[in-house]
Write a new protein. Structure first.
Length: 173
């Protein structure tokens, strides 16, 4: 991307060499006349800034983490009979949503489970389960499980049951 003199143009230097990101930005920006967030004209740096921030946060696009296919298969098998479930790329891995609400995730560094605030006190007492930390901050209601935990069918299913119980209590999106 070219520096058009905008003081924030340096924001994009980090992805300058990423050809996939460039192609995806061009495709996304080319589909709208104005940015839905900032109402900037198509192709402006404001519009691109929003796109990068949104995509990086919600889709884990700039994450260096690889997908964990084994964990994804385990979760797919455990969740196969659940109605209202969808799966998508998120957080540098895969995420499962129940009626539009985040339920759990699979990343290279472990399994994520959404137990809900106040429902997660039991989990960190279990070896191999810790509160989820994102950008140095604890994400209350979320836990991360190591391979020792998610490879144990009983522990993984206990986490999934707790996550399903909480997520089912949320309104559908």
């Amino acid at each position: 991307m070219q520096n058009t003199g905008d003081k924030n143009a340096s924001y994009f230097l980090a992805v300058e060499d990423n050809m996939s990101a460039k192609a995806e930005v061009r495709a996304a920006v080319g589909t709208v006349e104005r940015c839905l967030a900032c109402e900037a004209d198509r192709g402006s740096l404001l519009c691109l800034r929003f796109f990068f921030a949104f995509h990086a946060f919600f889709c884990g696009y700039f994450s260096a983490m690889a997908r964990n296919k084994v964990l994804e298969e385990l979760l797919n098998d455990d969740l196969a009979q659940i109605r209202g479930l969808s799966e998508k790329a998120m957080f540098g891995g895969r995420a499962w949503l129940l009626n539009g609400n985040l339920l759990c995730g699979a990343r290279d560094d472990g399994m994520l489970a959404r137990l809900g605030k106040g429902n997660d006190a039991w989990a960190p007492a279990t070896p191999g389960i810790a509160p989820m930390i994102s950008r140095g901050r604890q994400m209350h209601g979320w836990v991360r499980a190591t391979p020792e935990v998610y490879e144990d069918d009983a522990l993984r299913r206990k986490l999934l049951k707790a996550a399903l119980d909480f997520t089912r209590s949320l309104p559908k999106k």
